[in-house]
Design a protein around this ligand. Structure first.
Ligand SMILES: [Zn+2]
Length: 102
């Protein structure tokens, strides 16, 4: 079997993104996890978090297509659940979430 192009982590079901967050699975890349050291590929996602202009699509299909908002890039380790913020927008969201939980 070749490397799966199917996401192994559902970031909304896992509680990583809030319910209704538009996101797209953008593929897998083999990187060594900084947290658990697993050489398993990480799942990469593009998400629009926070205030986004657009409608939640019916049938549970959340996609960033056609949505206006700040896109942020994330990767998840399917083994240990380590979340990496890959760009400034994602790091921003983590800072905002940390402020909210204080
Ligand atoms: Zn890991």
């Amino acid at each position: 079997m070749t490397e799966s192009e199917v996401a192994r982590v559902d970031p909304i079901k896992e509680g990583i993104f809030p319910s209704g967050t538009p996101y797209d699975f953008s593929g897998q890349r083999a990187v060594e996890c900084e947290n658990c050291g697993s050489p398993m590929p990480h799942d990469y996602y593009v998400a629009i978090l926070g205030m986004w202009g657009g409608f939640r699509l019916p049938f549970g299909k959340n996609s960033t297509t056609g949505k206006v908002g700040k896109r942020s890039n994330w990767s998840f380790c399917a083994i240990c659940g380590e979340i990496d913020a890959l760009d400034e927008a994602a790091q921003d969201e983590i800072r905002k979430a940390a402020r909210r939980s204080q």
